[in-house]
Design a protein around this ligand. Sequence first.
Ligand code: TIU
Length: 228
Amino acid sequence: MFVEIDARPFPYLMDAERAALILIDMQRDFLEADGFGASLGNDVTMLRPAIIGCARLLTLFRSLHMPIIHTREAHRPDLGDCPPAKRSRGDPILRIGDAGPMGRILISGELGTEIVPECCPISDEIVLDKPGKGAFFGTKLGEILTAFDISHLIIAGVTTEVCVQTTMREANDRGYECLLVEEATESYFPEFKQATLAMIRAQNAIVGWTASIKDVERALQTPCRRLS
Ligand code: TIU
């Protein structure tokens, strides 16, 4: 059964039986003080609106019993999956693996890599730790999507131009039809968010579609808009 979402640059036809929601890195490290995002010098309050958007999407997908995948940017405690180039990049206050107020920065199992309470995974939702910016690199995401026969990905999370955009491009190259939800993603740099949305939908959806939450909700909640 297909539903039509009023999206940009043109309507997005989604096979509702083969669609999944993927929330990227809604973890304390990026959204709260004293985590990785703050250690890079960012104002983490810029990302707060994405929490409300992602929580709305979770409510929607849970109510329809549709698959949900959460990712976290997180490395193994021995840093065996963290390239030295990633750890040494820039001049952060705390580097990946260093001890901070929320535990070791970007390390699996530490408080900082926990997903914020408003977006906390429940029951059988899948949670994937990823060592890179893209969610396919170094994870079982590809195999999981194949096992669930997923063809359409509704994407949200943080940050828009880093892990969200990288994941969307990886997914697009693998043949998934991808839609990014506009109010459920944020960047520390508002102009980068807007540029990313524009890049994604340019050239007749070269990377995919973008849509507002209300249009995603309307399409999925209104039986008469469903197309068979
Ligand atoms: N720094 C920044 O904007 N983002 C990241 O490092 N990771 C994610 O986007 N998750």
